[in-house]
Write a protein of this length. Structure first.
Length: 507
């Protein structure tokens, strides 16, 4: 911890309150960030983290409370206004122009020159200096769109620091980075911290909190739980504070899943399922009322299997039976007609319809299944929506709220509800908990167990080994686009799964 910790706080938020359409998003929240520290902002989706950041950066005006920088009260009215007082933000989805060069992005809106003419030589020298400050080996003339996600993020940070930032806010900066890129980013953050910068880190990854953060502020349901020194905060205690409950129920989940007995008959049978360059011939059986996990490293064939089963990608070989019927779906519409459902790993691009309401997103699959000539009555839509909002505990101000306004975890619940209304025999869940907080994960995992107990079959795909082990009654392990093993019941452990995935053990 830097000695700057003893100095007056760099950022002080006191009593911040914010309401939207009668919903309390923030209620008397405090946040203190010191110069020379990395401060984690933690909480479940819907806890108020994003709203607090938007208040801080001038996107939303607070209904109550004060903001001070270095003891001087400020009230930013826009992100540009926030930048003027030294607050810069880098969002998870990097806000750069991919078709422009690194230099153009770095000086955009602040180009050197006179009389309407840009001095590109000066701009390039300035960009080189900005990149050098962060030790970035990056061509200033390269198009930003040609850079890796990690490089784009570093460019965004360089741009933020060029604005004379005193406080840097990073919103889920590691969500799309690999292990080495995360390590590189953390080295940079530690250096910036040691230079006296205050850094707010919003993240769902608890390991990273312990790896790089000095303090943590925890929010729950729009209220402040507390501020803590990370080194003094036990991991289980941290999780309990975020959830507001103990984890015993979650800990029992694996034993219950492993003890569950499938009812017997196959819901789906695939034989010789293959696609050139994506999946070697694969045999797969899914039984009624079981959770079949698909485990494997990135590129092992997990998502490729799901897409072939649902008819998104064309098969080169093999057949698919639903019960005793030959199905071979060649399009998602055919798969739905055969009783299949699919939640994609890419929730934003392939799942939600952001400009439509919760109600419209929820009923769209059922309407498509019935066809345009059998329109769902508005009363039926509202009844279905009310039922699933309550059953899945979807946090929304109402069914007509645009789904883009919901947290990631609640968007995921709406997508699950979308498929549950069509009453599928088998639902394929590809990374259903990606990008959501630990509380929403626990609720979705409980929903998976409920589906299993009700006799609905689930194919469960996750890159988190512990998650696969905790939720699956049986696991098929994939390696290099082919099946390499199968684990059942109590033998499903993270250790055995890792060995099978790595090639050290064929189950």
């Amino acid at each position: 911890m830097s000695s700057a910790q003893q100095e007056p706080a760099l950022l002080t938020l006191r009593g911040i309150g914010k309401r939207f359409a009668g919903v309390v998003a923030l209620d008397g929240v405090d946040l203190t960030v010191r110069a020379g520290e990395i401060h984690a902002l933690l909480g479940e989706n819907g806890a108020g983290k994003s709203t607090l950041i938007k208040v801080l950066t001038g996107v939303h005006a607070p209904d109550a409370g004060t903001i001070a920088i270095g003891g001087t009260e400020v009230r930013p009215t826009s992100p540009t206004d926030a930048e003027r007082v030294g607050i810069s933000t880098v969002y998870q989805e990097v806000n750069l122009v991919p078709s422009l060069s690194v230099t153009e992005n770095l000086v955009l809106g602040r180009q050197p020159g006179a009389f309407g003419l840009i001095n590109w030589r000066s701009a390039r020298h300035r960009a080189q200096a900005m990149l050098a400050r962060l030790d970035l080996d990056c061509d200033p003339d390269a198009e930003v769109g040609s850079l890796s996600v990690a490089q784009q993020q570093m460019v965004a940070i360089a741009r933020a620091l060029d604005l004379k930032a005193r406080l840097l806010v990073l919103d889920e900066p590691t969500a799309s980075l690999d292990e080495k890129e995360v390590a590189d980013l953390f080295r940079l953050l530690r250096r910036l911290r040691d230079d006296g910068l205050g850094i707010v880190l919003v993240t769902h990854f608890l390991d990273q909190v312990y790896a790089v953060c000095d303090r943590a502020t925890i929010l729950r349901n729009g209220t402040l739980v507390g501020e803590y020194l990370v080194r003094d905060l036990d991991r289980l205690d941290l999780v309990a504070k975020m959830l507001g409950r103990e984890l015993a129920e979650v800990d029992r989940q694996a034993a219950e899943a492993h003890a569950a007995q499938p009812a017997g008959k196959n819901v789906l049978t695939a034989r010789g399922l293959s696609r050139r360059g994506a999946l070697h011939p694969l045999d797969l059986d899914v039984r009624r009322g079981e959770v079949l996990g698909l485990a494997g490293l990135l590129g092992s064939g997990r998502t490729e299997t799901a897409r072939l089963l649902f008819g998104i990608d064309a098969r080169d070989g093999g057949e698919i039976r639903i019960g005793d019927r030959l199905a071979n779906p060649n399009a998602p519409r055919e798969a739905v007609a055969h009783g299949l459902a699919f939640c994609s790993e890419n929730r934003k691009a392939e799942g939600i319809l952001p400009n439509l309401s919760v109600r419209e997103n929820l009923i769209i699959a059922l309407q498509a299944k019935r066809g345009g000539w059998q329109a769902l009555a508005r009363r039926e839509q509202e009844t279905l929506c009310a039922h699933y909002i309550a059953a899945l505990r979807i946090k929304t101000a109402g069914p007509e709220v645009p789904i883009r306004n919901l947290s990631g975890g609640n968007q995921q619940k709406v997508l699950l509800a979308r498929w549950l209304v069509v009453q599928p025999e088998l639902i394929i869940l590809d990374e259903p908990t990606r990008g959501i907080d630990i509380g929403a994960k626990a609720e979705i995992e409980k929903l998976v167990a409920k589906l299993r107990d009700e006799g609905i079959s689930v194919i469960f795909i996750s890159s988190e080994i512990e998650e696969v082990a905790r939720n699956s009654t049986r696991v098929v392990v994939l390696r290099e686009r082919r099946q390499c093993g199968e684990l059942n019941g109590a033998e499903i452990t993270p250790d055995k799964l890792m060995k099978a995935m790595a090639g050290g053990h064929d189950a």
